[in-house]
Design a binder for this molecule. Structure first.
Ligand code: FAQ
Length: 179
């Protein structure tokens, strides 16, 4: 990929624009057969306690699992400058990713060993713009229905500092075999 260095400053800017860098590390996912014995809640607890690596996307986007309860999970997301759109607002797709983590994991907490969930449809509302200064975001997901073939859940994104609602969403997941 080409470096952004050497960009011409937009008219009116006197300071030179400095390129920024961010480094992150991740572990590849474990083979699915090694996770097959865990219920969904156990699997999330293994991740929470550092015995199973979190999904690579979590590290890439700076999304961290904070709490696991039956039917409910809590994640923390960032609002760093690398997650902004061109208008300086937190990218809508990032908020959708944060919601997707919580929506799917809330369902997973109620699934027995040998089953998992996969997102089929999700609905996202972004009700307030978040910026680089917004600080950490809390995303709580709650399972609403877990059936034999489909499951539904809801989630909210609030500012950890200001308590304001930034986004909320719902999903329909398929309950699938795992392992
Ligand atoms: C404006 C509206 C859509 C509707 O607001 P309503 O509910 O009818 O109005 P209400 O007056 O009740 O205000 C509620 C809160 O909203 C704030 N606010 C209101 N108007 C403005 C304004 N003009 N500018 C700034 N803030 C405004 C207002 O201060 C208040 O917050 P506060 O209580 O003070 O803390 C609002 O829900 C919103 O901004 N949502 C977030 C959308 C978002 O961030 N999307 C993701 C980024 S897009 C993307 O990434 C996609 C993309 C792809 C490719 C390329 C580029 C982009």
């Amino acid at each position: 990929m080409t470096e952004p260095a050497g960009m011409t400053e937009p008219e009116g800017m006197t300071e030179p624009m400095m390129p920024l860098t961010r480094t992150h590390t991740w572990l590849p996912p474990l083979p699915p057969e090694s996770l097959a014995g865990f219920s969904g809640e156990q699997l999330l607890r293994e991740i929470l306690e550092g015995r199973v690596p979190p999904p690579p996307i979590a590290s890439t986007l700076g999304i961290e699992l904070l709490e696991v309860r039956p039917g409910e999970v809590e994640f923390e997301g960032e609002s760093g400058g690398h997650l902004l759109n061109g208008y300086g607002m937190l990218f809508g797709g990032y908020l959708a990713s944060l919601l997707d983590c919580a929506l799917g994991s809330a369902v997973l907490t109620l699934l027995p060993a040998g089953t998992g969930q996969t997102t089929v449809q999700m609905n996202v509302n972004i009700v307030r713009p978040a910026h680089a200064g917004t600080g950490p975001l809390r995303c709580v997901g709650r399972a609403l229905h877990v059936g034999r073939s489909i499951a539904t859940s809801e989630a909210t994104v609030t500012g950890a500092g200001d308590g304001k609602l930034y986004a909320h969403g719902t999903t329909t997941c398929a309950v699938v075999g795992r392992g």
